[in-house]
Write a protein that binds this ligand. Structure first.
Ligand code: UDP
Length: 332
């Protein structure tokens, strides 16, 4: 009998690469499937790598036939809210249709444990803060709509095939592994913290605040930032639960604390000691004003304990990584 492996789909991306590292560190055998459309081969910390699309039936059949896969973790989604508003079908094709192919292959090969990267964007404009998992789901953008559609599909697969899943609704993933060896790298960067830190390294001239007329104390959007390694630790707990026969579940992952865009910029100035010029710009379509998580459910059910609750520490870990990336790009 071959060793049991965990299949990480999208393991060469930002969160996926941190997951692969933590799975390997925890002693698991890991196979990564990634088409490198947004991931980076050099960010993959180890394990077996297969280059390919998660919707490719032949590759999926080969993978599930030739390995003893005990669970699948799925990070291979497009995740840019603005892009999803401009090009929704790109999102439905990859995030929904390709995920359907992956789930079909899993059912066919009797692999029935799945951990899904979902998002706070499933909730839409919140009716109450903090947001619990019972809050109604009315996404304000196609990205969130594709994620809630997959969650519904997972629920139906559990009812019909006894498929067990844990869906983790991330708030704003940020920071980098403490080792400084991996971190956030997007060819097309749209996220606030990396953009702000690229101003601090001198790679960009300024940061645009996208909307200053939101109904928040300083007029800018409020988000709940969570360290990427706290996310991956939650996945390890979810995996342990499913591997020991646990039931399907949906959990929020955030820090129960909101920071406005202006507050993030101020903290980044403090951490980096650099001037970070700001421009005030229009709102970005699809952005809710305020998202703050309640993560009580996963703390109570799985014993999740975040290590990095303080945004300043989260930004410090990201800063170590971004300085290194900037130095590398100056040398090449
Ligand atoms: N944001 C901003 N300027 C930027 C990028 C983002 O003001 O250049 C704001 C964005 O409107 C949102 C917050 O920063 O309110 C976090 O955005 P990000 O793209 O990092 O994550 P999202 O909340 O969209 O998942």
């Amino acid at each position: 009998m071959k060793n049991e492996s965990i299949l990480v789909v999208g393991g060469a991306g930002y969160i996926g690469s941190h997951m692969v590292k933590d799975l390997l560190d925890a002693g698991h055998d890991v196979i990564t499937l990634d088409d490198l459309s947004t991931g980076h081969r050099d960010l993959l910390p180890g394990g077996t790598f297969v280059e390919g699309d998660l919707g490719d039936k032949e590759i999926l059949n080969r993978l599930f036939s030739s390995h003893n896969i005990s669970a699948v973790m799925h990070f291979a989604a497009f995740s840019i809210v603005g892009e999803s508003v401009e090009n929704p079908l790109k999102y439905y094709r990859n995030n929904l249709a390709a995920t359907t192919a992956l789930l079909s292959a899993m059912i066919q090969h009797r692999v029935k444990r799945f951990i899904f990267s979902s998002t706070a964007a499933v909730y839409g404009e919140p009716m109450e803060i903090p947001i619990t998992e019972n809050h109604p789901c009315n996404p304000t953008n196609p990205y969130g709509a594709t994620k809630i559609a997959v969650e519904r599909m997972l629920y139906d697969c559990d009812s019909s095939y006894g498929f067990k899943y844990i869906s983790l609704r991330y708030f704003n993933a940020s920071g980098a592994d403490e080792s400084g060896t991996i971190g956030e790298r997007h060819t097309q960067e749209t996220h606030l913290i990396p953009l702000v830190l690229k101003v601090a390294t001198g790679e960009r001239e300024n940061i645009s605040i996208l909307g200053t007329d939101y109904p928040t104390p300083d007029g800018t959007c409020i988000r709940d930032y969570i360290h990427v390694s706290d996310l991956t630790q939650a996945h390890l707990l979810a995996l342990k639960s499913l591997l020991s026969g646990g039931e399907s579940a949906v959990y929020n992952l955030g820090n129960n604390h909101g920071y406005s865009v202006r507050e993030v910029v101020e903290l980044a100035k403090k951490v980096t000691g650099k001037n970070i010029p700001v421009l005030e710009a229009d709102r970005r379509p699809g952005d809710p004003a305020k998202l703050i998580a309640s993560s009580e459910k996963i703390k109570t059910s799985l014993g999740w304990k975040p290590k990095y609750e303080n945004l300043e520490t989260i930004i410090e870990t990201a800063w170590v990584w971004h300085q290194k990336e900037a130095a590398n790009s100056n040398m090449s």
